[in-house]
Design a protein around this ligand. Structure first.
Ligand code: GAP
Length: 494
């Protein structure tokens, strides 16, 4: 995790929010490369789930909603964590997580020496287990109290209870309250889904682990509405679709680079299920902090639509033409965090390798996710014709992709810089490309393309660059492309 945090700051992916003021707790800002990576994750998700599927539509609901939404959804009453406070240092902890971190202990058996003891372990000198504050080791903890995680705010110019509302803690409710609007305006038949990407806010008691748990984050959520009266393959439609979405979500993360061995499914036990859920399965990822939730896929039944119908007085049903009756659809909800997905993609892509006796840090990001697709590098920055050609290539390729030009170091160093931020391809312009007028030599009009992962290089005519990158960035394997062009160098990318 330290390597990821350090790389993220050094190379413009993620910065601590308000850093010049000492930072804002657990808030992070995405820098020039981070924002590209994040946009790419959201773009491929939207393309795969909304654009490419005939049974899906998009929505962008507002963050501030009518306060009754949160009463109806159960968030006002149930969206709480048990919290304890230290009476000495005033720090606050989640009661159910307080034994999951190392604890500070002033051991009476060693004249009060201070020790930091592993999470959940007793002191090896005096044998006691933790009862006091794990951070300061001195204060008693209060009994647990329920703490609502929603951020309160006031709508309008007066700060009074009548104008109290909340920043949404999930994007899902914006979809439920628009169910009928979408149904009527788009004339869909069940099953269909509504997708949304947007910010959510939770006043987490113990945020942390970089962007894993923050108070402001983004979600990519789908509410997939199914007819509970129908069966598919002899099974209730909601159960069938729940399994389909679990498989699909797993496959999606694998497709964009998460390795099989770092992904697993975890079923929620009955006593763990949210108040609305019939079944929930989490996709867990083996983050640097251990196995943790990457996304959840819940069967929310008809809970939300029924609740909103009850609180709003509006019918939220679907007319089943075949059975001639109104039904309240069941909902399957695949819900992923954008920031958490980004952390998983970064963690899985990060490699430290040895090349010719030197360390190479490389982000093996999927080309569709990589913040920069191509870097154009002139081999000699003193040669005007080389620099001009390189700029022209950058200008041309940047009509379709995010492309950078860099001439601020020697070529070996430039390659390493691009490896470190995951740029899949570098294009090098050299003397061979443009020739040498002084010596009466004409150029061959070819440039070198270097592949990040294999470090192999091929010579490609300038006028083929566009089509080559269209293929490579469109999913063609490097090996098949490399076979069609003249190879260069010894395959170690220098
Ligand atoms: N609508 C259902 C819902 O919100 P959730 O499991 O609470 O379910 C879904 O959240 C996903 O949102 C999580 O799997 C995680 O990826 C992300 N998420 C939740 N809380 C988060 C936080 N505090 N920081 C970053 N991501 C978070």
């Amino acid at each position: 995790m330290d390597a990821l945090v350090s790389l993220s700051k050094r190379r413009g992916f993620i910065f601590q929010s308000s850093e010049i003021y000492g930072g804002a707790g657990s808030c992070w800002d995405y820098g020039p490369l981070g924002v590209e990576l994040k946009q790419n994750i959201k773009r491929v998700w939207w393309r795969d789930y909304v654009q490419r599927r005939p049974d899906m539509m998009g929505l962008d609901a507002s963050i501030l909603m009518h306060p009754t939404v949160w009463k109806a959804s159960g968030h006002v009453d149930n969206f709480t964590d048990p919290m304890v406070d230290c009476l000495e240092c005033r720090r606050r902890f989640r009661a159910d997580k307080v034994d999951e971190t190392p604890w500070v202990h002033y051991c009476p058996a060693t004249k009060g020496n201070k020790f930091t003891i592993s999470a959940g372990e007793p002191c090896s000198h005096c044998g006691v287990t933790r009862t006091l504050c794990p951070e300061c080791g001195k204060g008693e903890l209060t009994p647990p109290r329920q703490f609502n995680l929603m951020f309160k705010t006031f709508m309008g110019p007066v700060e009074e209870d009548a104008s109290l509302t909340y920043l949404r803690p999930e994007t899902a409710q914006g979809i439920f309250v628009n169910f009928d609007n979408v149904l009527q305006s788009m004339r869909r038949k069940l099953p269909f889904g509504i997708a949304q990407i947007g910010k959510a806010f939770r006043n987490e008691i113990t945020p942390g682990n970089f962007i894993f748990r923050t108070r402001e984050f983004e979600q990519m959520e789908i509410e997939f509405f199914v007819n509970p009266l129908e069966t598919v393959d002899g099974r209730p439609a909601d159960e069938y679709w729940h399994d389909r979405w679990i498989e699909d979500s797993m496959a999606w993360f694998r497709r964009y680079g998460l390795s099989e061995e770092n992904l697993r499914l975890r079923e929620h036990a009955a006593d763990e299920l949210a108040h609305y859920a019939k079944r929930t399965a989490d996709i867990e990822y083996h983050f640097p902090i251990g196995w943790s939730e990457l996304m959840g896929i819940a069967n929310r039944t008809d809970f939300d639509l029924k609740q909103h119908a009850k609180f709003s007085g509006k019918a939220l049903t679907y007319f089943d033409e075949e059975r001639k009756e109104h039904v309240v659809p069941y909902v399957i909800e695949p819900s992923a965090g954008v920031d958490r997905a980004l952390l998983a993609f970064l963690a899985d892509a990060y490699r430290e390798e040895e090349v010719r006796g030197e360390k190479r840090v490389v982000l093996r990001l999927h080309p569709e996710l990589a913040p920069l697709k191509v870097a154009v590098l002139p081999l000699l920055k003193k040669r005007d014709d080389i620099v001009r050609t390189a700029h022209a290539i950058r200008d041309e390729l940047s009509k379709d992709w995010s492309v950078v030009y860099d001439d601020t170091a020697a070529i070996g160093r430039l390659y390493r810089r691009q490896d470190e931020v995951g740029t899949p391809y570098c294009v090098t312009v050299d003397v061979q490309t443009v020739g040498d007028q002084a010596k009466g030599e004409v150029g061959d009009g070819k440039v070198t393309i270097r592949d990040r992962d294999s470090m192999e290089q091929i010579r490609v005519p300038l006028d083929s660059l566009g089509s080559v990158f269209r293929e490579l960035l469109g999913g063609s394997a490097w090996a098949s492309m490399a076979g069609r062009f003249e190879r260069k160098g010894d395959g170690t990318g220098a």
